[in-house]
Ligand binder design. Structure first.
Ligand code: ZN
Ligand code: ZN
Ligand code: ZN
Length: 372
């Protein structure tokens, strides 16, 4: 299995769109340091992110320009998107911030990558004290939110691989093994099914399932445990993220009841997805089912997050988010109920917005499955 490579023109179009969005937001441009924005805009990811400044400067008044350390220039030139930028390199011993300042307006207002190192931003500010900066996500939250067909194909492939992983994990032994053992099985299966990177493998058994961000620990899984499984990583550079909750042996009535509430809530969240609907409406639809069943206080996180070149990014399905859904957006719908000291249940699918509705990229059975 392979992905269709992104072309120079794909990257050039993204860069042009970013400049237009920045201008519409009243900014003079955006400054991009290594990380998911740079990968998305150029296909370039330095092998190691170091103290040496690498900076893509996208402004309204000049062509896209990528400032790179001279020693990394050959690597940079191999990335398809850098063919659409001017490359400026700086040699060790030179001042990269002076080189960057020469590309900026002394009174400019820029958005800069969320993950830019403080040392770089502080040095830029010191060199040009009348420039202003905002975090990328604050000013241009939807930068990467709408996926094109090639990006969607990668997310679909990642989702299918995560689904295949889930189907296989149902066949492994849970009882008598540690959470970390099942987590290792999940990681191996994700890689077997084509993931180049595994980011998280949550195995929350019994009371550990009541902590939404419990990863996996030393606890030995027992018959009767409810087990939250939540796993994902990157395939062809795009994320997977799915959760199912299984029971080791026959579930108790409590587990059955809570699981069914979460299943209906997740369905309601997905059913609320269509173009033009505010993100908060997806959260409200899922939350209403859980609140009506009496578990509102036990649903302690937002309903979903965007996914793309990272596994958590805008748009967020959360109360107060009035951003409207647009075809091509991809995000999770993952309500849960967490009963402290007892167990938790979460069901999560990645959903994409079509022209008329939501379409799941995870399609494994959402009914409560019994494992050994
Ligand atoms: Zn999370
Ligand atoms: Zn997840
Ligand atoms: Zn998630």
């Amino acid at each position: 299995m392979s992905a269709v490579p992104f072309t120079r023109d794909d990257y050039a179009a993204r860069m042009a769109r970013v400049v237009a969005d920045a201008e519409a937001a009243g900014l003079d441009g955006v400054l991009v340091t290594p990380g998911p924005d740079l990968v998305w805009l150029t296909g370039y990811q330095p092998t190691a992110i170091t103290e040496r400044l690498t900076l893509l400067v996208l402004t309204t008044d000049r062509e896209p320009t990528l400032l790179v350390p001279t020693l990394e220039r050959p690597d940079t030139e191999r990335a398809a998107g850098t063919a659409a930028t001017a490359l400026v390199d700086w040699l060790d011993g030179a001042d990269p911030y002076a080189a960057a300042s020469a590309l900026l307006r002394p009174d400019g207002h820029y958005a800069i990558s969320d993950g830019a190192w403080a040392m770089h931003l502080l040095a830029l500010q010191a060199g040009l004290p009348h420039t202003a900066y905002d975090a990328m996500t604050t000013r241009l939250p939807m930068l990467r939110a709408v996926k094109d067909a090639n990006e969607l194909a990668r997310l679909e492939a990642a989702g299918a691989a995560a689904d295949a992983t889930y189907e296989q994990i149902l066949g492994v032994r849970f009882s008598g093994r540690k959470e970390t053992d099942v987590a290792a099985d999940l990681a191996g299966l994700l890689r077997d099914h084509g993931h180049e990177q595994v980011d998280f493998t949550v195995v929350g058994s019994g009371p550990n399932g009541a902590n939404p961000h419990h990863e996996a620990g030393d606890r030995t899984i027992e018959v009767g445990d409810c087990v939250v499984l939540d796993f994902g990583g990157l395939m062809f550079g795009y994320g997977s993220d799915t959760s199912r909750t299984v029971c080791v042996g026959e579930p108790s009535d409590d587990i059955r009841e809570v699981h069914e509430v979460v299943r209906l809530a997740q369905q309601a969240g997905v059913d609320a997805v269509r173009p033009g609907v505010a993100c908060q409406e997806v959260d409200r639809a899922a939350r209403a089912v859980i609140t009506d069943a009496g578990y509102g206080e036990q649903f302690i996180h937002r309903t979903g997050h965007g996914i793309g070149t990272t596994t958590h990014e805008p748009p967020y399905m959360i109360e107060g988010e009035e951003q409207r859904l647009v075809p091509g957006m991809c995000f999770s719908v993952e309500p849960g109920i967490y009963l402290a000291g007892r167990f938790g249940v979460r069901i999560e699918d990645i959903v994409t917005v079509t022209d008329t509705a939501g379409r799941r990229l995870n399609n494994t059975d959402r009914a409560l499955q019994v494992v050994e």
